[in-house]
Design a protein around this ligand. Structure first.
Ligand SMILES: *[C@@H]1O[C@H](CO)[C@@H](O)[C@H](O)[C@H]1NC(C)=O
Ligand SMILES: *[C@@H]1O[C@H](CO)[C@@H](O)[C@H](O)[C@H]1NC(C)=O
Ligand SMILES: *[C@@H]1O[C@H](CO)[C@@H](O)[C@H](O)[C@H]1NC(C)=O
Ligand SMILES: *[C@@H]1O[C@H](CO)[C@@H](O)[C@H](O)[C@H]1NC(C)=O
Ligand SMILES: *[C@@H]1O[C@H](CO)[C@@H](O)[C@H](O)[C@H]1NC(C)=O
Length: 457
């Protein structure tokens, strides 16, 4: 038996090495594939929607069904919001690799994430074990472009409190990768479409010691709506100017406003043009599959895929606007930003305070590895860690609290809230209230309004 399993694991190991892509590297404010600048041409991919928390990369049939469409669209990257760290991903990752496609992966799940409403208890050793086990599940694949430590945890001007916890997660992920991974896989953050404090977020996650700075910054941005908008009207031009000194790769981790239907993706003419490429490195369209919220490129029914008009539009726009040649204006310096000042009602983080300390109990994971992955059916860590001696029963009471939905007014959703014009938000979240974001455009600026629309499902 021993021999068999050895041979089996050798075979699996060889299989996963069978073909590989050059890992993407970060230099200055840009991505590189070998010596060539790399621009993300991507879609966000979570068929079934995030509320169901189904790992799309654990099902080889799904990948066989969808990867040919990614290829047909001309993509080189997908983003996935939720995976099961106990599942096997070899086949899907190989399918993607064979198609020349990289993965940006969010490490959080509905049960394992920083709780926006009450971050301190959610930052615990059990939570980090889940995050680290997800890194373990993917660190061996050359086509992992990077990990997102968080998505839209800060989703308004007055939810900046969790920022130090998210940054602590960045720090811990970097420590873990440095101790437990052969490759230095980039770690980033994906920010909500909040114009008011986006710059503060960019600077905050990029300030301080290298060991706690992110390596890439994704912005979810729905500001270019239809053909009547433009480089200027959308605010893209102002962003290029305002973010021109940003020292890390910047890209749209979600884009594709849907208030004008059908979508024709005129913004692609700017995104891959030198008017933007000195500051931006492409982006990912929200989202591949239709989840009943008017963002889909395709309808999926079982094993059948039906392409929609958005699909054809995206494909034709991506084909029409190739990457610029050469470096596209990228800069090569990557110096730390200064931490943004405390501003009441806008950015309520003291720039001189240090990050929350690594929870005791998590040190062993960094040193010895995360151990057994608990998958999507493992315990919720959002309200405390079951391994905290002082809070031994917190996990059980946490689940009770979670199902009643009483204690929490928000969590870090695994996919973004952006339910403009829909009856159902994209932000699936099993255990916490939904947030519904409405983006109202006006004179080049936008305001984001939040509604908490109910409690647990
Ligand atoms: C956030 O700020 C808005 C606008 O000032 C206010 O209406 C809202 O109550 C605040 N929310 C929280 C959770 O403080
Ligand atoms: C960018 O850096 C230059 C030189 O340091 C400085 O003059 C300029 O104000 C900066 N721009 C922004 C938007 O920070
Ligand atoms: C895609 O699915 C939506 C929702 O089920 C449906 O209304 C629409 O007709 C479908 N489109 C195609 C082309 O199948
Ligand atoms: C998929 O398409 C085939 C061929 O058109 C059809 O026979 C089958 O019923 C479809 N399956 C589903 C689940 O819609
Ligand atoms: C236990 O939980 C309480 C309340 O959430 C918290 O204040 C305390 O720091 C926790 N103790 C430990 C050891 O985590």
């Amino acid at each position: 038996m021993k021999t068999t399993s050895f041979l089996l694991s050798t075979a699996i190991c060889l299989a996963s090495l069978a073909s590989s892509l050059d890992p993407i590297t970060v230099k200055g404010n840009a991505f590189y594939q070998g010596n060539d600048r790399f621009y993300i041409r991507g879609v966000d991919y979570q068929p079934g929607g995030s509320s169901k928390a189904i790992d799309p990369l654990a099902d080889a049939d799904n990948c066989k069904r969808d990867v040919p469409y990614f290829k047909d669209l001309g993509l080189n990257t997908i983003r996935v919001y939720t995976v099961d760290n106990s599942a096997n991903h070899d086949e899907c990752m190989q399918e993607l690799s064979d198609a020349g496609i990289y993965l940006l992966l969010d490490v959080n799940t509905p049960k394992n994430s920083i709780n926006r409403a009450d971050p301190a208890p959610s930052y615990n050793a059990d939570y980090l074990q889940a995050v680290f086990a997800t890194i373990d599940a993917f660190k061996g694949y050359d086509n992992v472009l990077g990990f997102f430590a968080g998505n839209e945890v800060i989703n308004s001007v007055n939810t900046t409190g969790p920022a130090p916890y998210v940054k602590a997660v960045v720090r811990d992920m970097k420590s873990y990768i440095s101790a437990q991974s052969k490759r230095a896989i980039p770690v980033g953050y994906s920010a909500a479409d909040i114009a008011q404090n986006r710059w503060q977020q960019m600077e905050y996650f990029n300030c301080g010691d290298d060991s706690e700075r992110i390596d890439l910054f994704g912005m979810n941005d729905y500001s270019w709506c239809g053909p009547a908008s433009s480089f200027q009207i959308s605010g893209y031009q102002a962003n290029v100017q305002n973010y021109g000194n940003y020292s890390l790769p910047l890209f749209f981790s979600e884009y594709g406003c849907n208030t004008v239907q059908p979508r024709t993706f005129p913004e692609i003419s700017a995104i891959y043009n030198t008017e933007m490429t000195s500051v931006y490195s492409g982006g990912l369209v929200y989202e591949y599959s239709s989840e009943g919220n008017d963002y889909g490129l395709v309808n999926i029914t079982g094993s059948n895929v039906t392409t929609l008009s958005d699909y054809d539009a995206l494909k034709s726009q991506l084909a029409k606007y190739p990457d610029p040649t050469g470096a596209g204006g990228a800069s090569t310096t990557n110096s730390a930003a200064s931490c943004p000042p405390f501003q009441s009602g806008l950015w309520e983080v003291d720039p001189s305070s240090s990050l929350p300390a690594l929870p005791s109990g998590a040190e062993t994971y960094i040193k010895n590895g995360a151990g057994k992955p608990l998958g999507l059916s493992g315990p919720s860590t959002q309200f405390g860690s079951s391994s905290d001696d002082d809070n031994g029963s917190s996990s059980a009471s946490a689940s009770a609290t979670a199902s009643s939905g009483a204690a929490s007014s928000g969590g870090s959703s695994t996919a973004s809230a952006k339910a403009t014009h829909t009856s159902k938000g994209a932000a699936g979240h099993v255990e916490v209230p939904h947030f519904l974001t409405t983006t109202v455009l006006g004179a080049g600026a936008y305001i984001t309004v939040f509604f908490a629309i109910g409690l647990a499902l």
